[in-house]
Design a protein around this ligand. Structure first.
Ligand code: PMP
Length: 284
């Protein structure tokens, strides 16, 4: 059985417990990170921890564990669960306190939970066939830069996409794509530019997005960070999404219309390969 980490203890998942008064449960008052594991090692770990600190800071949530402690816990779970490829989830809430909108006055220990998912990520059928995506209104709150556990709308959006026979939803705000339900969105324009929305409160600053922009720049691809429209996707030669769980993931249709040749594009495939190689080389 899978071993998980809860507030200092390693336990079988069925024995792990959190309080019914946990603010994560009552108010979605919590943040999280998901780190990719390749060859039993963590990809972009320090970037994930930096983003965690930023999310905690934006919510004024005290947190005492240091990055070294967190790295040790991640590694311990990878070892105990024999994860060679997959994901490690780190969930942190403001802890348990009697129900009140106001943050607890007394210092409250965080609830810290980590768990692993073993998964074949590099060899994924979606990377071979490409994702079919539909667009939906971005009905999320206005601080999408904070990685909170408040994932109900992304979950609804994914359900709606599935019910339309698609793999995922890309979200639209004021006529422009913000991002995917759980990924950042990219297109490749007819003149060969890679376009993704610029960072703001409208999107999560994806760790994979950042790495892909860096690697794309290294191989002299032209980059543009700006909002783009659904029409621009229809006229793009390629499209893809990025996330720790999907890596660089081709998108082959939008609202039923093929993008480019209607199959995964070569720039996307190259970026996926570069991303996997560099990630394997730099994982810790
Ligand atoms: N945007 C959203 C809304 C997400 O949920 C995710 C995945 N957690 C991403 C982007 C991609 O971020 P990352 O590359 O750090 O996984």
């Amino acid at each position: 059985m899978r071993q998980v980490y809860v507030n200092g203890d390693y336990l079988p998942e069925t024995e792990a417990r959190v309080s019914i008064f946990d603010r994560g449960f009552l108010f979605a008052d919590g943040v999280y990170e998901v780190t990719l594991v390749l060859d039993g090692r963590l990809v972009d770990f320090s970037s994930h921890m930096a983003r965690l600190r930023r999310s905690l800071g934006e919510l004024e949530m005290p947190f005492s564990l240091r990055d070294e402690n967190l790295l040790e816990i991640h590694r311990e779970l990878i070892e105990r669960n024999e994860v060679s490829e997959g994901l490690v989830y780190l969930q942190v809430t403001r802890g348990a306190a009697d129900r009140d909108f106001i943050y607890p006055k007394e210092p409250t220990p965080n609830t810290v939970v980590l768990f692993t998912q073993k998964k074949s990520i590099v060899d994924s059928p979606l990377a071979v066939h490409g994702q079919h995506v539909v667009t939906l209104d971005d009905l999320r709150w206005r601080r999408c830069d904070i990685k909170t556990v408040q994932l109900l709308y992304p979950s609804m959006a994914k359900m709606q996409a599935k019910s339309q026979g698609a793999d995922d939803a890309w979200l639209v705000k004021d006529g422009f794509i913000t991002e995917g339900s759980s990924s950042n969105a990219f297109i490749v324009t007819i003149d060969g530019k890679i376009v993704t929305r610029d960072l703001s409160v409208d999107i999560l600053q994806g760790i994979t997005r950042e790495a892909v922009l860096l690697y794309a720049g290294n191989v002299q691809l032209r980059l543009e960070e700006r909002p783009f429209t659904v029409e621009e996707i229809e006229n793009a030669t390629e499209a893809f999404s990025t996330s720790a769980s999907g890596l660089v993931n081709p998108v082959v249709s939008i609202n039923g219309k093929p993008i480019g040749a209607g199959k995964p594009g070569s720039i996307t495939a190259d970026l996926r390969q570069i991303y996997v190689e560099r990630s394997r080389a730099s994982a810790i």
